[in-house]
Design a binder for this molecule. Structure first.
Ligand code: ZN
Length: 312
């Protein structure tokens, strides 16, 4: 199987009441950990690269790493997706350069500009069989180049979604219902809430249409403890409760983004390895542990949150 776009994947996910995990990739160990887990559980998977990832690893390395995963795991569908494309040009670069799906993030623009620029990306992408995700509403938090203060965050207005999807021709839509980017989504003692009423109203207005959740890491406390126990300092890192994500996946949400959890798993396991083996200096030893931790985390997500095991 070669790389695929999200069309069939989301159609099946919507009908089946599950979601596909979209995991951010930055290097070989991350790509391997994610795809080994997905292949063993026969799960479809989306590997996504942000503008920051393209800057860090370069476009060519990312594409070739993901293409290698496709060769290693021919039995599962794999999407290579651009996360938070900031402009038409960046989206075009990725479409021309082997990505099978792109997100154009016009959420910081006016509604009309968002419509106009999303439509332009869709027109170009569809010529090459590439699917497009757009965003309505504004998530709080920090992710690479995206940084929105909590007081500037905005829930998606369900009244806008039909007009937006019709006029842009977009294939999926990221909405803001209370998730946020980063590892500090809620304050200690705060009761995490997602606006399921908004999700429900959006899906009533867009029957059968795939919805995307960004900022959906659950921030597993075992990894937060591991980071803090072995010399790190991440006080009060809190994510979205897994039951809420599972609930969203059973509704119209077909894609759940996970980045912070991968970072935590990797950092926690590297810190632990370094602390327990002060004599080790072979990167394969601690990066091997990091890869194992990522694989375990992704298996857990597939089984517990996404529900997409056996759906490849
Ligand atoms: Zn995001």
């Amino acid at each position: 199987m070669s790389l695929v776009n999200t069309k069939e994947m989301f159609k099946k996910a919507y009908a089946g009441g599950y979601a596909v995990g979209a995991f951010n990739v930055n290097n070989m160990e991350i790509v391997q950990g994610i795809t080994e887990a997905a292949a063993e559980l026969k799960a479809p998977v989306i590997l996504q690269a942000s503008a920051g990832a393209r800057k860090y690893a370069t476009h060519t390395y990312l594409v070739k790493l993901v293409e290698s995963a496709v060769i290693e795991h021919p039995d599962i569908p794999i999407v290579l997706h651009l996360d938070h494309g900031p402009s038409f040009e960046v989206c075009k670069d990725c479409i021309d350069g082997g990505f099978t799906s792109v997100m154009f993030d016009g959420s910081s623009k006016s509604y009309e500009e968002n419509v106009e620029e999303t439509r332009k990306v869709v027109e170009y992408a569809h010529k090459y069989n590439v699917t497009v995700e757009a965003e309505l509403g504004k998530l709080a938090g920090i992710e690479d180049a995206v940084n929105v203060d909590a007081d500037k965050a905005q829930f998606t207005d369900p009244g806008e979604v039909q007009d937006f999807v019709t006029r842009t021709g977009v294939d999926s839509l990221a909405i803001a219902i209370g998730t946020s980017h980063g590892a500090y989504k809620f304050k200690p003692g705060q009761n995490p809430q997602l606006r399921f009423d908004i999700l429900k109203e959006v899906s009533d207005r867009l029957p059968g249409f795939p919805i995307v959740l960004h900022g959906a890491s659950s921030v597993p406390q075992e990894f937060v403890r591991m980071v803090n126990e072995f010399g790190g300092k991440m006080p009060d890192a809190i994510g979205i409760p897994e039951e809420m994500l599972r609930e969203a996946a059973s509704m119209a949400v077909c894609k759940i983004n996970v980045d912070s959890d991968l970072r935590l798993a990797m950092t926690g396991s590297v810190r632990k390895h370094m602390a327990e083996h002060p004599d080790h200096f072979d990167p394969r030893q601690y990066l091997g542990d990091a890869r194992d931790a990522i694989k375990t985390l992704v298996e857990h997500k597939i089984n517990t949150v996404l529900g997409c095991a056996g759906k490849a």
